[in-house]
Design a protein around this ligand. Structure first.
Ligand code: ADP
Length: 251
C-alpha cells in the first residue's frame, strides 16, 4: 500500500484494471480433500492467488506443559512460497508471515469447538503457492474449509474478503496492482451465522464514511464467499455418497 500513486491508472470509467466493477470479486474456485495424508485439506484459486491448506489433528500436544486440560490449541502456519511472488522470496518465516499466522489462528479459534479436545493441538498449514494480494483472506477461507473437511466440529465457517480504496473509489477484493498503488486495504473475516467479525486489519487511511462503505462491501464479499464455501462442502459430500455419478461410477 503506497498511500496512493497518482501516476498509475487503476480505474477507467466504471471499470478496474482487470475489467471488474467496484463491487465485483475476482473469480474464485474451491476444492476440498485435495491431500491424501492430511486429516483435512482445501485448495483455493482466488484471482491469481493459489493457496493450499492442510489440517492435522486434534492430536496430543507436546511438550506436555503446553497442554490445556480445558481446550485444544489451534496453531496456524502461513507460508509464502519462494516462487509465489515476482522476485524469489527468502524461504522461511518473517515478520509478515508470523503476524498473518497469528491473526488467522485467532480467527479460526473462534469457530472451532476447541473445548471438545482438551490437551490436544490442531495444526493448520496455509501454503501460498502464488500470491496476488488478498492471500490472508484466501488462506483463511480455505483453512476453514480444510477444518470442516477434517470433520472438526465448528460453530460455523470463517469467510474472508477484503475491501479498500483505489483512486478515491471504494472497491472490493483488491488485486496486486490495487494493493500496491491504492490508498487503503481492509481485509476482513466474519462468522456469517453470527455476523461476528473475527479479523479486521487496515493498511492505509479511510474517512469514517469511507470505512462504513468499505466495511459493508467486505461483509457482502464475505457472504458471497460463504455461499461458495457451503456449495463446495455440499458438493464434496454428494461426491462421497455417489450423487451425480460420484463414487458409485468410479469418478
Ligand atoms: P495479503 O496477501 O493478505 O493481501 P499483504 O497486503 O501483506 O497481504 O500483501 C499483499 C501482496 O504483496 C501479497 O499477496 C503478495 O502478492 C505481495 N507480497 C507480500 N509479501 C511479499 C514479499 N516478501 N515479496 C514479494 N511480494 C510480496
Amino acid at each position: 500500500m503506497s498511500g496512493g500513486d497518482n501516476d498509475v491508472v487503476l480505474i477507467k470509467g466504471n471499470k478496474r484494471l482487470d475489467g471488474r466493477g467496484f463491487d465485483e470479486l475476482r473469480d474464485i474456485k474451491m476444492e476440498v480433500s485435495v491431500l491424501e495424508r492430511a486429516e483435512g485439506s482445501a485448495y483455493i484459486e482466488w484471482g491469481k492467488n493459489r493457496v493450499i491448506v492442510g489440517v492435522y489433528g486434534p492430536r496430543e500436544l507436546h511438550p506436555k506443559f503446553l497442554q490445556d486440560p480445558t481446550r485444544a490449541m489451534l496453531r496456524c502456519v502461513y507460508n509464502l512460497a519462494p516462487f509465489s511472488v515476482d522476485e524469489r522470496k527468502k524461504p522461511g518465516p518473517d515478520r509478515r508471515s508470523v503476524e498473518i499466522s497469528k491473526v488467522c489462528a485467532e480467527a479460526l479459534s473462534s469457530v472451532v469447538m476447541l473445548e471438545r479436545f482438551p490437551n490436544t493441538v490442531i495444526d493448520v498449514y496455509v501454503e501460498v503457492l502464488q500470491a496476488d494480494a488478498g492471500t490472508r483472506c484466501a488462506g483463511l477461507t480455505a483453512a476453514s474449509l480444510a477444518l470442516a473437511d477434517a470433520g472438526i466440529p465448528m460453530k460455523d465457517l470463517v469467510a474472508a474478503c477484503s475491501a479498500g480504496k483505489v483512486q478515491g473509489q471504494i472497491v472490493v477484493d483488491l488485486m496486486k496492482e490495487e494493493d500496491n498503488f491504492g490508498q487503503c486495504d481492509l481485509p476482513m473475516a466474519i462468522i456469517p451465522r453470527k455476523s461476528e467479525v473475527v479479523l479486521l486489519q487496515m493498511d492505509g487511511k479511510l474517512s469514517r464514511d469511507e470505512f462504513k462503505q468499505a466495511y459493508k462491501m467486505a461483509v457482502d464479499g464475505c457472504m458471497k464467499v460463504y455461499e461458495m464455501q457451503k456449495n463446495t462442502l455440499l458438493g464434496s459430500m454428494n461426491k462421497f455418497v455417489g450423487v451425480e455419478g460420484g463414487v458409485e461410477n468410479g469418478d
